[in-house]
Design a binder for this molecule. Structure first.
Ligand code: G3H
Ligand code: 13P
Ligand code: NA
Ligand code: ZN
Length: 321
């Protein structure tokens, strides 16, 4: 059924796992994600960015998600607005069938963030919709705002209680060192292990623990949590792509966060990589193919396999539907 995240997060918090929030932009992505979640009996969040609405159209996305709900009757599915940047875009999604919205006013001042978040919460709650808010800024590209790594700011734990109580938000995204996109860290920020493999700086679990202490029972969200699997990067680079130094968050760190109060983990870049690696390889190996179904079918399967791996090995939400 199409649901809010309230029940999902309560069960995830108590059960020591997280629900995956995967970005959707077309039919193959919606199908790949929900087929994996359906077969593994996992709750799932399908999230739509402003860019996705501009690309695919609000109504197409909502109707595709509704189709996925019909085809996967045994699992809870939430439809969430990712990085809403104004009251208007949140209202449009609340009025248009979403069950959850994010208002991301994290680049504004503390007081402005509170005021805008509160305005969205009041409208959303009047319409049975839940709200995710954000404190702190991630490095990477967020809503067309590029934050150079080094200029990100971790969430200040001493602000979270006041923020949550004054806004009434239902979940809170925090910044503990994750980052958007496929280039989360520069090689200079990383160390190298004995095999010469780049090891990114560890997440700030001290900041997370401090937030949890101040918000007992409250669901925390992690953005920028793709792992940028090096096997995908290698395939992309082998078959004509050029993604030097693409690097993500190690899966063991996300697994650790999922066992704590982190109830929602956002993944978009790994979907893009899985599809692109599959399509590049297919095109190189089958230069005669020109029917989109020939390359989109394996690409959809690649999304499904990647999501199944996350559900079982990173999120721990298999069998929790
Ligand atoms: O946080 C950003 C998400 O990966 C969505 O990206 O705005 O390019 O659709 P997008
Ligand atoms: P990634 O770029 O790490 O997949 O993060 C996605 C995200 O946070 C969407 O809001
Ligand atoms: Na958790
Ligand atoms: Zn994000």
């Amino acid at each position: 059924a199409l649901v809010t995240t309230t029940e999902m997060f309560k069960k995830a918090y108590d059960g020591g796992y997280a629900v995956g929030a995967f970005n959707v932009n077309n039919m193959e992505i919606v199908q790949g994600i929900t087929e994996a979640a359906g077969e593994l009996k996992a709750p799932v969040i399908l999230q739509v960015s402003k860019g996705a609405r501009a690309y695919a159209n609000h109504t197409y996305l909502v109707k595709m998600v509704e189709a996925a709900v019909i085809n996967n009757p045994d699992i809870p599915i939430a439809l969430h607005l990712d990085h809403g940047d104004s009251f208007e875009v949140c209202k449009s999604c609340i009025d248009g069938g979403f069950t959850s919205v994010m208002i991301d006013a994290s680049s504004k001042s503390f007081e402005e963030n509170i005021a805008l978040t509160k305005q969205v919460v009041e409208y959303a709650h009047d319409h049975g919709v839940v709200v995710e808010a954000e404190l702190g800024t991630l490095a990477g590209v967020e809503d067309e705002v590029v934050v150079e790594s080094g200029n990100e700011s971790y969430t200040h734990p001493e602000e979270v209680e006041e923020f949550v109580s004054r806004t009434g938000c239902d979940s809170l995204a925090i910044a503990i060192g994750t980052s958007h996109g496929a280039y989360k860290f520069t090689p200079e920020q990383c160390t190298r292990n004995e095999d010469g493999i780049l090891v990114p700086p560890p997440l700030r679990f001290d900041v997370l623990e401090e937030c949890i202490k101040r918000l007992p029972g409250f669901p925390i969200v992690l953005h920028g949590s793709s792992s940028v699997p090096q096997e995908f990067v290698k395939i992309v680079n082998t078959y004509g792509g050029k993604m030097p130094d693409a690097i993500g968050i190690p899966e063991d760190q996300l697994r650790k966060a999922a066992k704590l109060a982190v109830c929602k983990i956002n993944i978009d870049s790994d979907i893009r990589l899985a599809m692109t690696a599959s399509i590049r390889k297919h095109m190189a190996e089958h230069p005669d193919h020109f029917d989109p179904r020939q390359y989109l079918k394996p690409a959809r399967q690649a999304v499904k396999d990647m999501v199944a791996h996350k559900i079982v090995n990173v999120l721990g939400c298999d069998g929790k539907a």
